[in-house]
Design a binder for this molecule. Sequence first.
Ligand code: HAM
Length: 414
Amino acid sequence: MAKTEPLPGTSDIFPDETAKWQFIEEAVRTTFQRYGYGELRTPIFERTEVFLKSIGDETDIVQKEMYTFEDRGGRSLTLRPEGTASVMRALANGGIPQGEERKVFYIGPMFRGERPAAGRKRQFHQAGVENVGKIAPHIDVECIAMLDDFIKNLGISKTRMLVNSRGVLTERPQIAEKLHEYFSSYKHLMDEDNLRRLDTNVWRILDSKDEKFQEVILNAPRIDELLSDESRDYFKKVCEGLDVLGIDYEIDPRLVRGLDYYEHTVFELQFDGIGAQNALAGGGRYLIQPPGIKKPLPGVGFACGMERLMIALDELGVSYGEEPGTDAYLVSLGEEALKVNLKLAHQLRGEGLKVQMDLENRGMKAQLRTANKLNAKKCYILGDSELDQGIIVLKNMEDSTQTEIKIEDLLNKG
Ligand code: HAM
């Protein structure tokens, strides 16, 4: 690997790719703001404890993926592996009065030490939302609808919305016991990860990607059938709300999601064209107690992987709009002409045009070559003889026609 290459699982994003990013960011802002969400920007690193308890000790993220380091004062810090825990810390810090609701969205890099693969990076970007403070099935419905809306606004089709319920904390032990009882008879077929999960976090076995174990998972007791009446009723209302809105979804009784903070509704948006890393977005309702806060706070939200959205957009051939081009290129022959063009460039940019010019006094041919390379729509050409006549030549690069304009008229226009 060349020393100039970025580390595996990270990328440099060059100007010719930023149009894609801006296209998605624009859709994020317009869609989420329509639902009353405002942008929140939290720090990229936090005290490690912000993530530990909320994400869960037994999750893959906490077990093996966090970038954790000590600062000079010996404090343990972590690069954020996801956005929800930080958002909850920030909102709790501002204080949420009882019964009030906060609605925020975020866009930014997240860090997980996973094995890099197509659609799986170590520094990736999420666009997410969190609705914090209240619990009601219809808040979950609106949240799922917002994800559906966002994906459609981007022009992404061929997706599947999977939904499930994880019930509430108090009913987990009974469900875990049933799952434990069932999976214990298949220890001989389990890989190392599932063997560990059997005793530490049996739910996560349902989420296992181990090919050889899929049949066993398929026949496992269904969580939706083990839930309490209250949880089932909550989930029923969520599904009814989705029906009212005509949102396509599938109930996937094995969807548990990889973070421990979820309660009630969980959902994942899958896109079938992108191989193993097919989750474009994931989310759900949760209960999180940020460090130093007495009572856990409820919320519901989701995050989309922006790199994966781009893979889906490419797969579907959705166009992102053009990279910003060049409206005008100013060719100057001689020191005096260059000075006049500096002023002209300033004025044209002030009028909102994208303008570039030669600043090194190169020859005419070299300057026109650059103008062509930049795909400039127009060239303003100024040399000594034009200066003497007080004119500038305007060349239309599309049809090569030329006109002469008085410099005075151009520069005094504004
Ligand atoms: P998550 O499922 O861990 O959930 O991540 C959400 C999305 O981020 C995934 O569906 C995927 O598109 C993207 N993603 C995750 N890891 C990677 C990676 N290594 N490389 C590329 N993309 C990745 C969460 O992070 C929760 N905080 C979502 C949430 C918000 N739940 C409630 N509110």
